[in-house]
Structure formats: C-alpha cells, structure tokens
Design a protein around this ligand. Structure first.
Ligand code: FE2
Ligand code: FE2
Length: 162
C-alpha cells in the first residue's frame, strides 16, 4: 500500500476512535487558541494523535489505541491563550499546562485515570517528577516533541519567506 493511503487509513482510524469527542464544544474551543505559529491547539492535538497512532502501528508497540489517541487529542486541553501575558499568570505555562489539561479532561469529558496520566506526563522531562508511566504516555510524550519541532520549523520557514 502507498504511504499516502496508509496515512489516510490512519486518519480514518483516529477519527473513528475519537468519535463524537471531536465535536464536543470544549474540544472545539481549542480551535480558538494558537499553539505554534499559525497552527491552532486543536490542529496540533490532531497531529499528535495521528502521529501517536502511526508510530504505535509502525513500531508494533501494542499500546491501547483508545487511551493513546484520546490522551493525545486532549494532551493540550488547557483552554486558554498561552501567549497572553497580560496578568503574568501563564508564564509558567510549560510546567503547569499538563495538569490543567488533565483536570479539564476529567471535569468536562470524564476521562479515565489512564488518559489523565498520558496528559499529565506529556511535557516530561520538563515536568521532572511527572514521568510517563505507560507505553501510551511515552508515545504521546515523544510524538508531541516531534510534532512541535516540525510545526515550529515550518513556522520559521514561513516567516523567512514572508
Ligand atoms: Fe503541551
Ligand atoms: Fe503539545
């Protein structure tokens, strides 16, 4: 199978796992916030979900797909503009947002503790003591770094062109 088709299949599988979660109004709210450059937090989370799913398949890691994909989709579910420095409350965003995202996921979407752990540990090693404890959590932690690097580089290139 051609790789483009594989990506399409992965996208379909990710959509099937997320189901109605994608349409949830709180999840949709992530479209309002920018993650890197011109990429919204929603788009960033979809990218991390797709890459996590893809790596799991490709590397035969046998992670639980529900926990993996939902954890990836909600890993940055903090629901605020982290660029806003007006009151200075978000200057520790890098350290604090995983906890906030996990609390939102529990309160608004009633996710299980396994998904919360994926969310809470995705910034490791920055959040030193919050280490990923499952293969799902390790995968999302890695996929987030790869996707974030790619989004940041693409944004820099775009700026250079502009
Ligand atoms: Fe994050
Ligand atoms: Fe992220």
């Amino acid at each position: 199978m051609r790789s483009k088709e594989k990506w399409k299949n992965d996208k379909r599988a990710v959509n099937a796992i997320l189901g109605t979660m994608q349409e949830d109004k709180h999840v949709q709210e992530m479209k309002k916030y920018i993650q890197h450059g011109t990429v919204s937090t929603y788009e960033h989370c979809v990218n991390v979900a797709k890459l996590s799913y893809h790596l799991n398949k490709k590397l035969h890691l046998k992670a639980d797909e529900q926990v993996l994909v939902k954890g990836a989709m909600l890993h940055d579910f903090y629901l605020y503009d982290w660029h806003y420095e007006g009151d200075g409350s978000h200057h520790l965003h890098g350290f604090s947002h995983p906890k906030r995202a996990s609390e939102n996921a529990k309160e608004l979407l009633h996710v299980e503790p396994e998904i919360q752990q994926v969310i809470e540990s995705h910034m490791w090693p920055l959040t030193l003591k919050t280490i990923p404890k499952s293969r799902e959590a390790w995968l999302v932690c890695m996929a987030d770094k790869l996707v974030s690097t790619r989004e940041t580089i693409l944004n820099r290139r775009k700026k250079d062109v502009d």
